[in-house]
Ligand binder design. Structure first.
Ligand code: FMN
Length: 382
């Protein structure tokens, strides 16, 4: 079952970001923004062998996120074969293979964007992942592959905790997708896309930078347009990615390049609402690039409620010791309103959701409580 085909184009999804798009961030974004699709942070395929506990934490998700895709990185086809079983057994809607990460610890081992230099291995990885999904679909069990019984039990438990049901998710032939860049140290998007297309992935998501560019310069959307032309009539959809600040940018790039969709990364940080106008784009011909989007501003009250909801979710998932990981999100939320900098400087020092509530209430009390011409109803923030 290929869920990608059921999404009205252009597809507008949340891009995977390590250290950011964890279960809490995805939950909040799915609930308050409703992107068409979300991806987990990238997960190292090898953890299936040496750190099953970490693996299960990284692959925890909630039903509201659907469709939700597990993103995996690695460089060994056999490991992808095995992890494809786990991703399937956990009920994910898709498996995405990371072929775009530029980080040294990833690329130096031949994973992530280093695979651009090794198209034969990239193809073998896609085939192995797809075979794993197919074998699972046709009835193979984790026990048949000699998975640790403890791991099998963890998967059963994760499914039960998420769905409240005892049954394992229905066996499905989930789609395989690739997220990559336009080259290693120079743009080779046409050859690289052509090589990936031979394995017929459902989606190729392209960040318009090379590995050596990392995040510098600007995303090359001409290269993305070239990939769209290369993939025309292949059955594989192309998603463009890089430097999209808002839905106006999305509309312009979709119009210019005819991509099947886009992924938004950094512009969704502290801004789950960015996806709210996505349905207007789907009804608007994006060719002129002049479309305007009607989006009621996010009230301060709503912003604060979401900040607190996110903080509580995060604390539940990572505990008080892990709460420092929430501070960057809090800083991102505190932008674009009166005295935001002052609140931000307090938020980067909090240690718990209770402290977040305290700072928000202090802000409301000291601010005269009128924003957007009406009083803030902060009685609810406790
Ligand atoms: C902090 C951070 C972490 C990222 N982690 C991942 C990752 O785990 N997997 C991945 O495919 N891309 C990752 N990316 C790349 C983004 O998905 C995206 O391709 C890139 O940020 C460009 O899109 P943007 O301009 O909309 O942010 C990461 C980017 C950032 C900034």
């Amino acid at each position: 079952m290929n869920f990608w085909e059921n999404i009205t184009k252009p597809i507008i999804g949340l891009s995977p970001m390590d250290g950011i798009t964890d279960g809490s961030f995805r939950f909040i974004t799915a609930k308050h923004g409703q992107p068409d699709v979300v991806f987990t942070e990238f997960v190292n395929a090898e953890t299936v062998f040496f750190a099953p506990q970490t693996l299960m934490k990284d692959l925890t998700y909630s039903e509201v996120e659907r469709p939700v895709v597990a993103q995996i990185y690695g460089h060994t086809p056999e490991v992808f074969y095995r992890i494809a079983h786990i991703v399937s057994a956990l009920g994910f809607d898709g498996l995405d293979i990371n072929m775009g990460c530029p980080a040294k610890k990833v690329a130096a081992k031949g994973s992530g964007a280093a695979l651009i230099l090794n198209p034969a291995l990239a193809q073998a990885i896609i085939r192995a992942a797809r075979q794993g999904i197919r074998d699972w679909f046709e009835g193979q069990n984790l026990g048949d592959l000699k998975f640790d019984p403890e791991m099998i039990e963890k998967i059963r438990l994760a499914n039960r905790l998420r769905t409240g049901l005892e049954e394992t998710p229905a066996r499905r032939l989930i789609p395989v997708s690739i997220k990559t860049r336009i080259g290693y140290d120079r743009v080779v998007v046409s050859e690289w896309t052509q090589s990936l297309l031979e394995e017929k992935p459902s989606i190729i998501s392209l960040h318009g930078r090379t590995l050596t560019q990392k995040y510098t310069g600007t995303a090359d959307w001409d290269a993305i347009a070239l990939a769209v032309r290369t993939a025309k009539n292949s059955g594989t959809l192309i998603l463009g990615n890089g430097d999209l600040r808002d839905m106006k940018d999305v509309c312009r790039r979709v119009g210019e390049t005819e991509v099947d969709g886009v992924l938004l990364g950094r512009s969704a940080q502290g801004n789950p609402w960015i996806f709210r106008t996505k349905d207007q784009i789907k009804q608007t011909p994006c060719l002129t690039g002049t479309a305007s989007f009607h989006h009621a501003p996010v009230s301060l009250e709503e912003r604060f409620k979401v900040i607190l909801e996110h903080s509580r979710h995060f604390e539940k998932q990572w505990g008080i010791p892990g709460f420092v990981g929430m501070r960057k999100h809090l800083a991102w939320y505190c932008r674009g309103f009166e005295r935001a900098a002052e609140l931000r400087s307090q938020m980067v020092r909090v240690n718990s959701a209770a402290e977040v509530a305290d700072r928000l209430n202090n802000y409301a009390t000291s601010s005269g409580q009128t924003f957007h011409d009406r009083p803030l109803a902060f009685g609810g923030i406790a």
